[in-house]
Structure formats: C-alpha cells, structure tokens
Ligand binder design. Sequence first.
Ligand code: SF4
Ligand code: SF4
Ligand code: SF4
Length: 301
Amino acid sequence: MGLFSKWVESLDYQYEILSTCSRNKSPRSTCSHCIDACELNAIEIKKGIPHINYKGCNECGKCMVSCPVQAIAGIFPKREFHQGRLVAGKSSPPSAKELVVYAKKGIKGIIGEEEIDSRWNQAVDEANVLLKQLEEPLLTVERTKLEKTEECISRRELFFSWKEGTQTLLKEMAPAKWRFNQTALELSRYYPNHQFANIQLNTERCTLCHACEKLCDKKCIEINDEGFVISAQSCSNCQLCADICPEKAITVNEQISPYEQVKYPFFTSVCSSCHKSFHTLSENQELCVPCMKKSQFLITR
Ligand code: SF4
Ligand code: SF4
Ligand code: SF4
C-alpha cells in the first residue's frame, strides 16, 4: 500500500446523507432502506429526512450499500483480497449486492484460514442466487493457508482500481467529500442486458398525469406520442414513481430479468360527458380525466 493510500486510510470521515436522497425529492417518498439496514439504529427520520446519529454509527457501510440511489456518501470499511478472493474475517460480511459487483470485477469467491463465519457463507449464498439469475459464474468459499507475502489490498483500493479513464486518485478524492462508491454499487451499470426491477402499470387506473415521468431521474418512464413507455434497465427501485402516483397505478418490485422495453399504446376516445376527444391507456375509459374527477367528487360529497 502506497504512502498516499496509507495517509488516506488514516483520515477521519463521517458518512453523509446527500440531497439526492429520495425523501428530499418528494415528501411522499416512503424509502427507508438505510434505516432498515442499520443494525445499530443510528439513522432516524427528522422532519421527513433521514439523519445519521454519529455517536451510534460504526461506519459499517450497510446503509451505503442499501441506498437505491447512492445518496449516502462515505468510505467503506477496509477489506482484504488474496489471489482474486475476498478474505473472510471477523468483521461484518459484505452484502449480496456488493458481492455481485465484486464478481463482475473478477473476484472468484471468499477465502479464509479458519472456519468461515456463517454470515459470510450466507452472503455468498444470497449473492449466488442473484448471479445465477444473471447467468454469471458462482462465487466459491475456500479454506486455505494465506501466503503472508501476497499483496492484500483494501476494498477501497479495489473500487479505485475499477475506475475507468485517466482520473487520478487525488482528483477523485479532492472535491467529492469522500464520495467513494457512489456509483460503484449501481448494479445496472455492470449488467446492461438485465434489469433489476419489474415496473408494472395498471392501465385502468393511470390518468397520464406525468408525475412519475417527471420524478424518475433514471428516465425509465416516458409518456410520448407512442404511449406509456417503460425502460426498466436503469431502474434503481427507488419507489418514487409508486409513491408519487395519485392513482396507485404503478408498482415496482425487485426482480432480475433480461432487459425489455414495454410500451402501452394510447387509445383515442370521445368523452361521454363533455364530448371532447382524449387520450387514454384503457380501451373501456368513457370519461376524460376532468369529467371523471368531477363525477368522483360529486359521488363522495
Ligand atoms: S436509503 Fe437512500 S434514498 Fe432511501 S431514505 Fe435512505 S438515504 Fe434516502
Ligand atoms: S422507475 Fe420508479 S422506481 Fe425506478 S428509478 Fe424511476 S422512479 Fe425509481
Ligand atoms: S402511473 Fe400514476 S403518476 Fe404515472 S402518469 Fe399514470 S397516474 Fe400519473
């Protein structure tokens, strides 16, 4: 490990929740992945926004891995690698998501000298379920004596070594408030032929209000001349579209499948009340949206 890397290791840092948190984008966001992932209950919601209680945080990185939109910045805990394998230790195991990224980068499995902690084995099992769905080689678990002369590198260095282009380590670090792995854990980047979410639209309910389309940063939803187009390859499963939809017409579930764009075409109808022409996704829709809302309002009065 170089002097500069050692200096980096010695620096203190704190995890930070960025303004890109889904809860900052919409007060209707129900995202609580970071809160659920934190075993020390060190994240709490204040005025709708998650905050880290630094006294309770041990910087394990679980919140960072769990955040679907990479809105938690910080540095991963140090890990070691040996002959292309992650060295299992007493520390908390990596998540399945993290292992899937390692696998894509050539890590073949985990290795340890002593009995490997069951939590590490479980993480590998979970990662292998995902890797199987992605049609990738599975990770192995091995017990063997580790050569002391072998070079061990930290997890952070591994992530750095993956960075493409000519950016130097210094340039990466200087302005970014320790934003390591902000994008390194975005699985869809590594598996462009697969999608990690299944977005379902209820065409009977959707009123084509565009709210989901406007809120989706990943451009997974487009309402254009062709109709309602869903491209889930880059979907982060942030749930913002489902949370914002006033008609509860959209649902998003974690699911790995080959990438496929889905198009729901428009139908053109004439409103049976105001007799104006309107676009709809449902062949059976008789009222345009304003007339439908008006009739619903009169019924509930
Ligand atoms: S997991 Fe990420 S997006 Fe969700 S509440 Fe936490 S910081 Fe925000
Ligand atoms: S489609 Fe929905 S869940 Fe997926 S990234 Fe866009 S807003 Fe988030
Ligand atoms: S799915 Fe919901 S939010 Fe999106 S256009 Fe339809 S009604 Fe609006």
